[in-house]
Design a protein around this ligand. Structure first.
Ligand code: ASP
Length: 354
């Protein structure tokens, strides 16, 4: 009896020390919330469309998943509260600068960004090119609002925090955690309007899976990103205007001419097939190039390499090809490229590098 009390208190002290040590060891992950369906609410539990995005604050998102505390020391910051169709270049610059400031701090080991799914792949690729750190940055969203039956947000958020806290995710560029899968920002795309498995990296392939509270990697991107890029947003207040025109049967020059009249510095042409140009559009694109705008041929198809000097003579036209980037990602790379150079040759080099 006499020895029991000291033994018990000794155990309690050791227990406390152990808890303090493991809390100190756990990674510090900051969640930057920007809105989207992951923070959305619907009228009933069966409302999976026609709900309101961006209504739940970051603190409530964190509280809804107490399991987060088991994988990281989590703190939250509400950066914006918007549906991602309203994302702008200015939002991207604000977000990127905040990410770079946070990741420069030794007290931050990784970042999770909660985001609407509509433009999630674009924000992810922008950050992939301008974040200046090897620490993990993970974007996550949800296809169902937080109030829906089988809402996908909580598990997606748990996986994202797990990934941002894991040493294996370091140096792999910006990652996307959706539906138990890990994707690279460069290649992932939203490919379904409404189902929970809407994010895919067809052909080039996702990087890994989540299973049993662990991230499993199987491949990694070989294109340059984050600390290896030449882009620096720290002094930028805006980005050059780059617009996308779409290819289809019967298309004419109106969109290209209108964008040029509005002052575009670059045009992404999302052509049919291998980026083919309709004869009626070619004069408008030539005129755009003659005025100094950079013209990038991309494809509306969604897969494959855009052949340089294939469907058009890019050398003669002085056009650039988008490699495997879809039009919305080509737009991002061209905007950043234009902050560095107006040489089409240099810009073509960047499209084969990033
Ligand atoms: N419109 C929503 C958004 O992108 C859709 C979503 O988050 O799934 O913000």
């Amino acid at each position: 009896m006499l020895y029991q009390k000291p033994a018990r208190s000794l155990l309690a002290v050791f227990g406390l020390l152990f808890l303090m040590a493991s809390a100190a060891q756990a990674a510090n992950v900051t969640i930057l919330a920007t809105g989207g369906t992951i923070a959305g609410t619907g009228a009933t539990s069966t409302t999976t469309v026609g709900y309101t995005a961006a209504t739940v604050g970051v603190q409530r998102l964190i509280e809804a998943v107490p399991e987060l505390a088991k994988v990281a020391n989590v703190t939250g910051e509400q950066v914006f509260q918007i549906a991602s169709e309203n994302m702008t270049n200015e939002h991207w610059l604000t977000l990127a600068k905040r990410v770079n400031v946070l990741l420069a701090q030794s007290s931050v080991d990784g970042i999770v960004i909660t985001h609407g799914t509509d433009t999630l792949e674009e924000t992810a690729y922008f950050l992939h090119l301008v974040v200046k750190s090897r620490k993990p940055v993970v974007l996550v969203g949800a296809m169902r609002p937080s109030t829906a039956l089988s809402a996908d947000g909580p598990l997606n958020l748990y996986n994202a925090v797990l990934l941002a806290a894991s040493p294996e995710a370091r140096g792999k560029g910006v990652l996307v955690a959706m539906g138990d899968q890990i994707h690279t920002a460069r290649d992932v795309s939203k490919v379904n309007t409404s189902t929970p498995d809407a994010f895919r990296t067809p052909e080039l392939g996702m990087l890994g899976y989540f299973q049993g509270s662990k991230a499993f990697f199987y491949r990694q991107l070989v294109r340059k990103h984050t600390v290896e890029t030449e882009f620096d947003v720290s002094a930028l207040a805006s980005l050059p205007s780059v617009e996308i025109v779409y290819g289809y049967a019967n298309v004419g020059p109106v969109a290209v001419d209108a964008y040029m009249a509005a002052g575009a510095k670059g045009i992404i042409h999302a052509g049919v097939g291998d980026g083919s140009l309709a004869a009626k559009v070619v004069p408008a694109l030539k005129a755009a190039r003659a005025k100094g705008a950079i013209v990038v041929r991309a494809s509306r198809v969604g897969q494959g390499i855009l052949a340089r000097n294939g469907e058009a003579n890019d050398v003669e036209l002085d056009f650039v090809v988008a490699d495997t980037l879809n039009a919305q990602k080509a737009r991002i790379l061209l905007m950043l490229a234009l902050t560095k150079t107006t040489s089409s040759k240099e810009i073509q080099r960047m499209f084969y590098m990033y």
